[in-house]
Design a protein. Structure first.
Length: 518
């Protein structure tokens, strides 16, 4: 790494951070709900240093760690705790990942691979509306996972000083979404092994620095496990290892894997939001995915023979990542949900870029000298186009959030509840969220907490509400959120009950709690 590299990286990070804060402060207020409200809630906790677990999941456990929220926290706080910072930060993270990918691929030889990988990012972003501005934790690691593969390939190709960067990106994506753990684990082991075989003693200092960085990045997860009898990590171990249920068959897994790996070519490709995976019958996806994976092995060998170790390493890591992705699908619990395959769709586009680059070098450009300036110009144009698409994603996504129908309901409920708490002098409200009312309930709870009340929740676990929200015994009022039809009749009959909202789809009431003797 050149001496200017770290300073340029810090300068770019500072510019992106300033842009995030300015953008968030200038835009209209956004009222988050559902999963985005949980994301904002966790970010709020991170600003207070109270978060030790990662994003929540549908299986009642949390993803491995909170690093994503601690990246968001200073930007969110500097913007005045505005939700718009989440969307702007997502754009900054994705653009930083694309820049890192391009830098890793073109650090030594700026040629067709640099151009094709930049174009692959551009095409993928174009085919996935709103992705670059989405702060949802299933979307944020996608582009970063491609940067990880590129950096890993560079380490395998001899650039062992990039190992700390590999640890940083790998920790970010695995803590944010557990689906990337198999790929990151295997590729990290490959990179470290290659580094030790090729460089031995020279790599020990870098390995020690990387180990220290890993420990720092995973410190919240380790603290949570140590202070909660194993905590979330024990839950993950029991779910995936000790009490693992039936897995998907290889036939089913190969079908989903090939459908995702060539997804960039499908007409039905769309940004997934956690719905059922519906695969259109296509006989060509399986053979093309197999050819793609085998082609990466041949390209890696060809680059190695022609003394292009970084290109060989990137092709090798892409192939291994693809095969590990197939195995990971067999371990998915329950039905395969659409967003669980989005990382493979991105990796498939990455793979195709590698193959097209190799083909261009082998057949079309063999007798023509590729000028580095040409590659840099093409790459720069692609990166500018990515930034333009990101700006469009941001405008589209944030304008949609501002216009959401539930914004009025959540804001009105918050205003009524806050007025009630202030009028009655309530100091410690206890929230109870029932089923379908959780989406609105989290949104209102977040705003009450941001207004200064130390809220707790009736039932906590290691999913949406970590132990920090557990009852203290000092709560003075129970606030119930429910979506059940006809519940307002039951609410009105409760002694001392005050109905705050009695209109479908959300019903809210408050009941005084007896004082707890000290």
């Amino acid at each position: 790494m050149s001496r200017r590299g770290p300073f340029l990286a810090l300068a770019a990070a500072a510019i992106l951070a300033i842009a995030v804060v300015i953008t968030a402060r200038a835009m209209p207020p956004i009222v988050t709900s559902s999963d985005l409200a949980v994301t904002e809630l966790y970010t709020e906790l991170a600003t207070r240093g109270q978060l030790l677990v990662g994003p929540d999941s549908r299986f009642a456990w949390n993803h491995p760690g909170p690093i994503y929220f601690y990246v968001l926290a200073p930007l969110y706080a500097a913007s005045g705790h505005r939700a718009g910072a989440l969307f702007a930060a997502a754009v900054a993270i994705n653009l930083a990942a694309i820049l890192t990918l391009a830098w890793a691929a073109g650090r030594e030889k700026r040629g067709p691979l640099l151009v094709m990988l930049s174009i692959a990012c551009l095409v993928f972003a174009w085919r996935m509306p709103r992705l670059l501005a989405s702060p949802w934790t299933a979307h944020v690691p996608v582009i970063a996972s491609l940067a990880f593969v590129a950096v890993c390939g560079a380490v395998v190709g001899g650039r062992y000083r990039l190992l700390p960067l590999l640890i940083l990106i790998g920790s970010f994506i695995t803590q944010t979404h557990l689906a990337y753990v198999p790929m990151v684990g295997v590729l990290s082991a490959v990179a470290i092994a290659a580094m030790l075989v090729e460089h031995r003693r020279r790599a020990l200092a870098v390995l020690g620095l990387s180990a220290g960085l890993w420990l720092l990045l995973w410190l919240p997860t380790l603290i949570e496990a140590a202070t909660n009898g194993g905590g979330n990590m024990t839950v993950l171990w029991q779910f995936f290892i000790a009490e693992a249920g039936p897995s998907h068959t290889w036939t089913e897994s190969v079908a989903a894997w090939s459908y995702a790996l060539v997804g960039i070519l499908r007409r039905d490709l769309a940004l997934p939001w956690g719905g059922h995976l519906v695969m259109e019958p296509a006989s060509w996806t399986g053979p093309l995915a197999a050819v793609q994976t085998a082609g990466l092995a041949l390209v890696s060998f060809w680059h190695l023979r022609n003394r292009r170790p970084v290109e060989a390493g990137i092709a090798l890591c892409a192939m291994i990542g693809s095969l590990v992705g197939l195995w990971a699908i067999t371990r998915i619990h329950g039905e395969i949900v659409d967003h669980e395959l989005i990382g493979l769709v991105a990796l498939g586009a990455f793979n195709m870029a590698i193959l097209i680059s190799a083909a261009s070098q082998l057949f079309w450009m063999r007798s023509w000298r590729w000028h580095e300036q040409t590659a840099v110009a093409f790459c720069g144009a692609a990166l500018i186009a990515c930034a333009a698409i990101a700006a469009n994603h941001f405008r589209d996504f944030t304008s949609f959030e501002v216009r959401r129908a539930d914004t009025v309901r959540i804001s009105a409920t918050y205003d009524v509840l806050r007025g009630f708490l202030e009028q009655r002098g309530i100091q410690r409200p206890l929230f109870q969220l029932d089923g379908d009312a959780t989406s609105d309930g989290v949104a209102v709870l977040l705003r009450i907490m941001k207004s200064g009340w130390p809220v707790t929740v009736q039932e906590v676990g290691t999913s949406v509400f970590p132990p920090r929200f557990g009852r203290t015994g000092q709560e003075d009022t129970l606030v119930n959120f429910t979506a059940r039809e006809g519940i307002h009749l039951e609410l009105a009959a409760r002694p001392g009950n005050v109905v705050l909202r009695d209109r479908h789809p959300l019903f809210v009431d408050a009941v005084p709690l007896p004082a707890t003797p000290r």
